[in-house]
Design a protein around this ligand. Structure first.
Ligand SMILES: [Zn+2]
Length: 267
């Protein structure tokens, strides 16, 4: 059983244009054209049984459409969806209630694409309300390849947010890109051991040895296998994870068991 906890798809009508635009911004060649059918084909080819798709609302106007579709598709075709919310959201409670009532496991936020820092009071409020509803929060963390000069979610901000939430979000916050993209040494020093999950998306092939050090220090029970498809190849990521010098039980936790707990499914 393999669960990829961090993937993206786009509506067929805009997938090619969107993926091409993002690829040009970040200088990353995509492995699929970003359509849902292409993710399903990649899963079949690579041996991924379930993918978690993380849509991002880049404007508050998009939330309702994204969440309605995600609610409709969640759990079908072996795809699970996070809800979307923007810091400018005017009805935070209603939006999070809709996400919870429709069975989505949590929300995805992306401070770089949403133009706010993680410790912005608007995010703090969203995170507090999400925690009250027992929703998980996935956030992009660290450098974003399209916004290298301005990091909107740094390890310091993550620490500040956890302090402000005073335990409310413990074991509910999922930091993408192994705690902070391209900042593994700071993650090792400042974030390892905290009550947060980290996903392996987009960094496992960049610095696999550092990833092993982070997994060892943080604990394999708080690491989620993830690729960031279409930006990485799911098959190559599975092979790489399986080749790491970790115990079999650790690999099983990372590849599916931890994700099963979050998604409330049994393997
Ligand atoms: Zn991503």
């Amino acid at each position: 059983m393999v669960i990829d906890f961090h993937t993206h798809t786009f509506p067929d009508s805009i997938a090619e244009r969107t993926v091409a635009g993002l690829a040009a911004c970040g200088g990353l060649p995509p492995y699929t054209d970003g359509k849902k059918s292409s993710l399903l084909a990649s899963m079949k080819k690579s041996g991924v049984h379930i993918s978690v798709t993380l849509p991002v609302a880049t404007h508050t106007k998009q939330e309702h459409t994204i969440n309605t579709l995600s609610a409709q598709w969640n759990g079908k075709d072996n795809l699970y969806y996070a809800g979307a919310i923007h810091p400018d959201c005017e009805n935070v409670c209603d939006t999070l209630d809709f996400i919870k009532e429709n069975g989505l496991f949590g929300i995805k936020i992306h401070p770089d694409y949403q133009g706010a820092h993680l410790d912005d009071p608007r995010y703090i409020r969203i995170l507090r309300e999400a925690a009250k509803r027992d929703l998980y929060v996935v956030t992009h963390a660290g450098i974003d390849v399209a916004f290298r000069d301005h990091v909107h979610c740094t390890p310091e901000m993550i620490l500040r947010v956890l302090r402000q939430l005073d335990g409310a979000l413990d074991h509910k916050l999922i930091l993408a890109h192994m705690g902070s993209y391209e900042m593994p040494d700071t993650v090792l020093e400042q974030l390892c051991g905290l009550p947060v999950y980290m996903d392996t998306a987009a960094v496992l092939d960049l610095y696999p040895e550092k990833c092993v050090s982070i997994i060892r220090r943080h604990g394999a029970d708080k690491i989620l296998f993830a690729t960031d498809s279409p930006w990485k190849d799911q098959g190559a990521y599975i092979r790489l994870l399986r080749s790491l010098p970790l115990h079999t039980e650790e690999k099983e936790s990372i590849l599916h068991a931890n994700a099963e707990k979050i998604l409330c499914i049994s393997g």
